[in-house]
Design a protein around this ligand. Structure first.
Ligand code: COA
Length: 192
């Protein structure tokens, strides 16, 4: 039996979604160095840290078949950010693990155009319909209203607020919202 590609190349109206490659380092380093993009992460990342992140993502891509996915502009191939499915690297610490999460990070100049929604809709459908996952979760600090609004646009449901186990007590980002989309709910919504 042929094994299913868990991170296929997908084309949408405006985007190409694909696996990570070495050439994505420039775009990723730019993304991770921007304080506006990284406002709801512990800190911006140096180029060396982005290099390590890319290596980790490419390893996880090998191990799980996916680790988020690159978003490029259709036609130009320009790096816009990432979005997709991922198994959190600190699974053992999460009360709702085992889980597959959906996540996103876009260059600031690409916000407000519906790009994250366009990409995330594809990965939700792929995860729940093709990979037959029972559910996909997403979480973000309570202050990150743009990310939470995206979860709501996707039809995900807020399950709880929780304390992120990887952040120390009192950290400004420790309180997070957890959203979920189950396969049952997704199929019941009548997406075509
Ligand atoms: C979270 C993040 C991806 C959301 O980006 P976004 O641009 O708000 O989301 P979308 O790409 O789905 O765009 C939706 C917006 O585009 C508008 N829009 C314009 N054209 C559109 C179109 N053709 N289709 C859909 N929406 C469109 C929508 O009205 C909406 O605007 P609003 O913010 O005024 O409501 C972005 O803020 C980001 O990268 N943040 C930094 C990283 C981060 O915090 N990630 C999450 C960590 S948990």
């Amino acid at each position: 039996m042929t094994e299913i590609d868990r991170c296929p190349r997908i084309e949408t109206e405006r985007l190409v979604l694909r696996k990570w490659e070495e050439r994505d380092l420039e775009g990723l380093a730019e993304l991770n160095a921007d304080p506006q993009v990284m406002e709801f992460y512990p800190s911006v990342l140096s180029r060396a840290e982005s290099e390590k992140m890319l290596a980790r993502y490419m390893d996880a891509q090998q191990q799980y078949g996916f680790c988020f996915s690159v978003i490029t502009q259709k036609g130009s191939g320009r790096f816009l950010g990432y979005c997709g499915l991922k198994v959190p690297g600190y699974q053992q610490h999460l009360s709702f693990a085992p889980c597959v999460e959906i996540g996103w990070r876009l260059l600031h100049c690409e916000w407000g155009k519906g790009i994250a929604t366009e990409a995330a809709q594809m990965w939700l459908r792929f995860g729940l319909e093709t990979l037959q996952l029972n559910e996909i979760v997403s979480f973000t600090p309570v202050q990150n209203s743009r990310s939470e609004k995206l979860m709501q646009r996707l039809g995900m449901v807020c399950v709880e607020e929780f304390e992120h186990p990887m952040l120390e007590d009192g950290h400004r980002l420790k309180r997070q919202v957890l959203y979920k989309m189950t396969r049952q709910r997704y199929l019941g919504q009548g997406y075509d």
